[in-house]
Design a protein around this ligand. Sequence first.
Ligand code: ZN
Length: 403
Amino acid sequence: MTRRTDGGMPPGFAELVGQDAVVGELRTAAAAETPSHAWLLTGPPGSGRSNAARAFAAALNCEAEDPWERGCGTCRSCRLVEAGSHPSVSLISTENVTYRIEDVRALVSTAQDRPQGSRRRVIVVEDADRMTERATNVLLKAVEEPPPHTVWVLCAPSPADVLVTIRSRCRQVSLRIPPVDAVAELLQARDGVDAEQAALAARASQSHIGVARRLARDPEVRRRREEVVTLPLRVRRASDAVQAAGRLVGMTKEDADSAAEARLVEEQASLRRSLGLDPEEKVPPKLRSQFKRLEEDHTRRAKRAVADALDRSLIDLTAVFRDVLSLKLRADGELINEHLRAELTDYAEAISAEKALECLDAISQARMRIGQNVPPLLAMEALMTRFLPTVRPAPAGGPGGRG
Ligand SMILES: [Zn+2]
């Protein structure tokens, strides 16, 4: 298989579109004899934070002879990292709300091990912002004085999401939101998406690479987004608001649950195999706690998946009102939802700028409330109600007047 290379850029890094400064810094470190031992990679969701961390992890152990070729994508080590099965590279992410303290202890102990058949042990924590203060304190010492062969790569949306004690011990690298054109080009080059679809997905995702890819490739994902972004146009009465909230939350839950359920069944089967139990065999009492823990993880995961998916819908709704405001201001340039220009123009004429700003405010409140574990249905109902058209005072002359 041949890999796409970009003017000599190692393949892992070539996918980091619009991040030349970061790529330069990581490649220089990977080529160095002794790179910094703790890194904090930050960048907004979708900027390619996890991809950057993986590319860096691969480059740190790449077997290419020329240090500037590190991250070659073809050597044994690069391929193992890409498959997530390199014995000395741990790629950690949590699907739970936060990391458990015992997970972090296990990581710290892994960090002490010598690398197996490679230069370095690399530990990538993809969402270091999901560590509680207690967990962070366990990590602190390990990050401060790791063994010489170990490199920590912590990722978070912004430096402020990580405790200052950790932050100050890491070399910080920030990714930016990539330009829409660069995301569209990536979708065409890597995923074979046609130019028009790629441009549409890149714009609609607001340059979130992962979301853009799902939008470009899956018509069902596009249909869902369409339903979400046209909600404010359709909510006319209080009963519409309640119904819309119910539908949105229901749809999101169903999706998240079925994905989580499939995963639980898989994990239970694999735990049975590792404990030497037959598929139908009753679980002996002394092993039950392990199965119970899987189920607890499952419940937490499903809940987080719903919150994450709703947050994405709320980001899409934010885009609608940003479009409405740029239409009201007669700003030039493309809308995020350019394909809905006609509908949004009508809508922008029907509501005031104040109303659009109020809606934006209501959306950010809803995002915050869902982040704070307010029941999703409650938060979404409150939001949808704010989309209702503002009732204008009845014209003088009372009910007899023509409306
Ligand atoms: Zn390599």
